[in-house]
Design a protein around this ligand. Structure first.
Ligand SMILES: Cc1ncc(C[n+]2csc(CCOP(=O)(O)OP(=O)(O)O)c2C)c(N)n1
Ligand SMILES: [Mg+2]
Length: 301
């Protein structure tokens, strides 16, 4: 396990000239993915911001092999690549499905569920910007309660799906959450996933200044606040065993967590929340943590 960012390779596989928005959290995440795995991987990417960011054909700013595919098919297409590699005896190239929250929580969930049930040997990474970003910020199953999107102009009325626990119900060997504001935690989890056989699911909170309505300089700070308030918990479920990771492992005690208001109030998408809404969100976060506390004690999901 690497401790310091200084130990990372200086090699870059996300090149200059990409067309992501300033402050894009998914682009930082992508850079960290390449720091973790180098360029020896095959990425399967459905329609999402990531399929736009490389720039127009025939140019690309991703110096790794990428298969750009239809919105719903990441789990299925990645399964095909895994099968082809098996047929050709290729054992040392990880297959990475890299999809947005819409492509994971909503339209891609059946293909992902099938791949997980078949114990497909791949890493599935969902970078979650909590909306359909590239089509102009529509709500998804990952959009949190109360958030403005173009299809929830007065704030979303429903809660976010608990995707890591949906994947835990598939009994896959490795599930982890991460956030680019904690780069070494992120990189170590990807490297760990590479060493485990079977389906690995990594859920990344990727702050999005365009959709979340905050200043482009604040992406890392917003990610940190998501973790410090407990709105985003860093954890792993390894062969069914639950473990909170630093710094989330120090936040079980409510007094150690910052109020969710500190995270919400920095983002324009939450501007219309009432005090009642904020209280409700705080209560839900506290309930989640009560569940994490019990899981951390009993360990098994
Ligand atoms: C079947 C189908 N429906 C709709 C679309 C249009 N579409 C492309 S990407 C996208 C949203 C992607 O959202 P998400 O997966 O969260 O990725 P993000 O853009 O936020 O990175 C939509 C609706 C499509 N390509 N295919
Ligand atoms: Mg999205």
């Amino acid at each position: 396990m690497m401790e310091s960012i200084k130990e990372l390779s200086k090699e870059e596989y996300l090149l200059k000239g990409h067309i992501a928005c300033a402050g894009c959290g998914l682009t930082i995440s992508l850079r960290l993915l390449f720091k973790a795995l180098g360029n020896k991987l095959v990425m399967v990417v459905p329609a999402c911001c990531t399929s736009v960011i490389p720039g127009p054909y025939p140019y690309t700013s991703f110096a790794v092999p990428v298969q750009n595919i239809i919105f719903e098919a990441t789990g299925a297409t990645a399964s095909g690549v895994v099968a082809a590699f098996r047929q050709r005896g290729i054992k040392d190239v990880p297959v990475v499905g890299w999809a947005g929250d819409g492509g994971t929580f909503d339209i891609g969930i059946q293909a992902l569920s099938g791949a997980a049930e078949r114990e497909t040997n791949f890493i599935y990474i969902c970078y979650d910007n909590e909306a359909y970003g590239n089509t102009g910020i529509q709500r998804s199953g990952a959009t949190p309660y109360g958030a403005w999107t173009t299809t929830t102009p007065t704030g979303k009325k429903e809660r976010k799906k608990d995707m890591p626990f949906i994947m835990a119900a598939h009994r896959i060997p490795y599930i982890a959450t991460a956030c680019p504001s904690y780069p070494m935690d992120f990189i170590n989890k990807i490297r760990k996933a590479k060493e485990i056989k079977g389906t690995k699911f990594i859920h990344i909170l990727a702050p999005c200044p365009t959709g979340w309505r905050y200043d482009t300089s604040k992406t890392v700070e917003i990610g940190r606040l998501a973790v410090q308030t407990g709105m985003w918990a860093l954890f792993e479920i390894e062969y069914g065993k639950f473990k909170l990771n630093s710094p989330s492992d120090r936040l079980i005690d409510k007094a150690k967590r910052k109020p969710v208001k500190e995270y919400l109030s920095l983002q324009g998408r939450f501007r219309k929340l009432t005090e009642d809404d904020i209280e409700k969100i705080q209560r839900w976060v506290d309930e989640d943590w009560e569940r994490y506390r019990k899981l951390a004690l009993n360990q098994y999901v």
